[in-house]
Design a protein around this ligand. Structure first.
Ligand code: CA
Length: 246
């Protein structure tokens, strides 16, 4: 269930757009905090604890990409990037900087409401634990503490990355298809949006220190999906292994 009193931090410099987003979200029952710059948004985020950030890319001063990157240095809050027009490059870039989803201007109020609701639903569903922890070599997923560590060092993940990792880890040794992952982690309305998955897997591998060409943990099953290794794959792997690339 999505908390109806969830607070959304909206970051947008265009006051007309800001007002529109505010009205839409308030109509859905969320409380809304407004900010017109990335710098200010970071301060608000550090002081308050919003449930979600709606973040425009085109901002004066620090742009949305950098703001998102800075947010990820200390927070797992779900971030929806607002991109101008249908620029694919921007969508992928936003995801690479740690955003959980994006919405393209111009959008309908109903579309914004649906994206926000879906993101809040995902973040509140958390990761269901079947055992208290999972270990693959030097990588430990502590479900109870929501903590990932590698060689004892904590690895900071966004909420989407964390949920994705937990889902793969819980299915370690089994192949999960791209659509199974998209449906589980993002929701059924995201089926087919495989670039979301590719970029998030790429980011996750990077944080785990996993080389996409020779992954040790998250293995690519070409044309099908991914599987999490039960034991880290020894490096170097033979060239032409089915586990290479993504
Ligand atoms: Ca703007």
């Amino acid at each position: 269930m999505v908390r109806k009193n969830a607070c959304v931090l909206v970051v947008e410099d265009d006051s007309r757009m800001l007002r529109l987003e505010q009205l839409t979200l308030e109509k859905e029952g969320y409380s809304v905090t407004l900010s017109q710059s990335g710098e200010e948004a970071l301060e608000i985020l550090a002081e308050t604890n919003p449930s979600l950030v709606l973040l425009d890319i085109g901002l004066p001063g620090m742009d949305g990409f950098t703001t998102c990157q800075r947010i990820r240095e200390f927070s797992q809050v779900p971030v929806i990037m607002v991109t101008a027009r249908d620029i694919n490059k921007d969508k992928v870039r936003g995801l690479e900087f740690g955003a959980d989803d994006y919405i393209t201007k111009p959008f309908l109020a109903s579309e914004l409401a649906a994206r926000v609701k879906a993101a809040l639903r995902r973040s509140s569903s958390g990761a269901e634990a079947t055992s208290p922890s999972f270990q693959c070599g030097d990588l430990v997923v502590d479900y109870a503490k929501n903590r990932i560590s590698k060689r004892g060092e904590e690895v900071l993940l966004s909420s989407t990355e964390y949920r994705l990792l937990c889902y793969l880890a819980r299915n370690a040794g089994r192949i999960v298809t791209r659509d199974q992952i998209l449906e589980r982690i993002w929701g059924e309305e995201y089926l087919g949006e495989s670039h979301l998955l590719h970029v998030t897997i790429g980011r996750l591998r990077q944080k785990l220190g996993d080389d996409p060409k020779r992954p040790r943990y998250i293995l690519t099953r070409r044309g099908i999906g991914y599987s999490f290794a039960t034991e880290p794959v020894a490096v170097p792997v033979q060239a032409g292994s089915s586990a290479s690339g993504y």
